[in-house]
Design a protein around this ligand. Structure first.
Ligand code: SAH
Ligand code: SF4
Ligand code: F3S
Length: 447
């Protein structure tokens, strides 16, 4: 039987690692496959196509991919017609695709971040001649508009406003695997958001590796603050967020836009990475501890209710106890609502991989634990402030661990589980916050 017969009943499974960029690419792969008649399944064993969308930002992200690939060997032996495709950031690294095919010769298709939109073409080819395909593009193709997106949620959506990164922080592999910064036109962003609102979406998060350098590559130039104001005017939209801004590009007009635009939520994710000015220089971050703290003060001053969150790396090469104390000092001064904390991981091809004075694992772990303690303390303190308050919540669905409760988020981004009416899913409701737990809030809907 030709493999293309019966295409309507064929199923695909996608596993996605990494950040929202990969999530979006997976939603596009899913959209393209649905367009040509495939169905999505959440079980690998019932799939005709398995896609792994990989991340390589830290070593353990890669280890997960290898582990999962090994497990597919048996599945492919049992079902030789199964098509296995690997894509994403990890594949963009030098020689990675060749290594994967050597170690896992049963993989059918390997492609990268710049050509994911060509997946249906690769699928067709492999079905015709059965030969493995490796297609990695070193350079980005510019921006490809109009790829169908099969979104996970029907309430909130991520909309990419720019691709790539030009910053080359010395520890980070993202610029090497995602290419240079390319901004979408404000018209196409606005159109996508208006279409989403028409479909009933209530919350949009604008995405990019460094959103506040948006528009610098456009002609005429468009500022990020202007884009925010433009999107804030889309009627029918309830909430607007963005991720991730870089502290070096956080201009006053962006702070003013958050303060003035009613839909822009009071939440700022502001990655610090390290509190030590000496290390920030080695990281190529282009700000000092003092500048960062002054920026936080300005944000707190103009947006008093803002939740501030961050990313922090411990154990960067050459980090002394004094450097680490600077990081703890910033964490204590800022009082973060939450933080993603990472242990430095060497990435091939990045300057930090070659730096001397790599920090021993036991020191990294010991510092990591001390940092997490400080973050948890401020996080608990911040959550406690919500007890007794009435908060506006966008209801996203039922709670993960308890179907009798609903869950949603405050404007500041706090997760709230609460007693309420399931007919309110997708709506904005008022919730009385009764109790603050370590990582979430608990409350009751106000009638
Ligand atoms: N563009 C975003 C996100 C980049 S990746 C930003 O600049 O904030 C997400 C986070 O992973 C980074 O903020 C950083 O804290 C962490 N990270 C990146 N490379 C890393 C590495 N080699 N080791 C440990 N953490 C890393
Ligand atoms: Fe990586 Fe730095 Fe770019 Fe973020 S800004 S993606 S940390 S290089
Ligand atoms: Fe990972 Fe690529 Fe995102 S390396 S963090 S999936 S941009």
């Amino acid at each position: 039987m030709n493999k293309q017969d019966n295409i309507k009943t064929k199923k695909f499974f996608i596993e996605t690692w990494g950040c929202q960029m990969n999530e979006e690419d997976s939603e596009k792969l899913s959209g393209m496959l649905k367009n040509i008649g495939y169905q999505k399944t959440s079980e690998k064993t019932s799939a005709d196509i398995i896609i792994f969308n990989t991340c390589c930002v830290r070593e353990n992200a890669e280890l997960k991919v290898y582990g999962n690939l090994g497990m597919l060997r048996k599945l492919k032996e049992k079902k030789p017609e199964l098509i296995i495709a690997i894509c994403g950031c990890m594949m963009q690294q030098d020689n990675m695709a060749q290594d994967i095919i050597k170690r896992f010769p049963f993989v059918d298709i390997i492609f990268g971040t710049h050509n994911a939109y060509k997946f249906p073409e690769y699928l067709n080819r492999v079905m015709q001649d059965g030969k493995s395909i490796i297609e990695i593009q070193q350079k980005e193709d510019g921006i490809v508009e109009g790829v169908p997106i099969d979104r996970e949620s029907s309430i909130k959506a991520f909309v990419t406003i720019m691709y790539g990164c030009n910053n080359f922080c010395s520890y980070c592999i993202v610029p090497y695997v995602r290419g240079r910064e390319r901004s979408r036109s404000p018209e196409s962003i606005e159109k996508e958001i208006k279409d989403l609102v028409k479909k009933g979406y209530k919350e949009i998060t604008l995405l990019g590796q460094n959103v506040n350098s948006y528009g610098k590559d456009l002609k005429p130039k468009v500022t990020f603050a202007n884009l925010l104001k433009r999107i804030n005017n889309v009627s029918g939209l309830d909430r607007l967020r963005f991720m991730t801004p870089h502290p070096k590009d956080f201009t006053d007009d962006v702070i003013d836009a958050i303060a003035e635009c009613d839909k822009l939520c009071e939440q700022v994710h502001l990655p610090i990475q390290s509190g030590s000015t000496r290390l920030l220089k080695k990281m190529n971050r282009n700000y000092s501890k003092e500048k960062y703290l002054a920026l936080v003060d300005k944000i707190k001053d103009k947006i008093p209710d803002a939740a501030i969150t961050t990313d922090i790396i411990v154990g960067f090469p050459g980090e002394t106890e004094d450097d680490f104390q600077d990081t703890l000092d910033v964490a204590k001064k800022v009082q973060y609502d939450s933080a993603f904390t990472f242990i430095f991981s060497k990435r091939k091809g990045t300057p930090a991989d070659e730096m001397k004075d790599q920090i021993p694992d036991d020191v990294k772990h010991e510092r990591f634990n001390r940092l997490v303690e400080v973050i948890n303390e401020s996080s608990a303190k911040k959550n406690k402030l919500y007890e007794g308050r009435i908060e506006e919540i966008l209801v996203e669905g039922t709670s993960k661990n308890d179907e009798s409760k609903l869950m949603g988020r405050t404007r500041s981004g706090k997760l709230v589980n609460f007693l309420g009416n399931s007919e309110d899913i997708g709506k904005l409701v008022k919730v009385h916050i009764i109790k603050a737990n370590s990582f979430s809030l608990y409350g009751e809907e106000v009638k």
